[in-house]
Design a protein around this ligand. Structure first.
Ligand SMILES: [Zn+2]
Length: 58
């Protein structure tokens, strides 16, 4: 299982057919080669992301 390093979503795919090293997150728009596969780290990222997101929306 792979996760977005920015928002912690698992809703990611490879955007470029000629560059399979890069992934795209469908939830936050992140594009990059760095992908998280550690569930504990992902939970921390999701918590921080939601905190920041709520701050912006307030
Ligand atoms: Zn994301």
């Amino acid at each position: 299982m792979k996760f977005c390093p920015k928002c912690g979503s698992k809703n990611i795919n490879s955007p470029l057919p000629h560059d399979m090293q890069k992934y795209e997150c469908k939830d936050c728009g992140y594009i990059g080669a760095f992908i998280i596969d550690d569930r504990e780290i992902v939970e921390e990222i999701q918590k921080e992301y939601l905190k920041n997101k709520n701050k912006i929306e307030e």
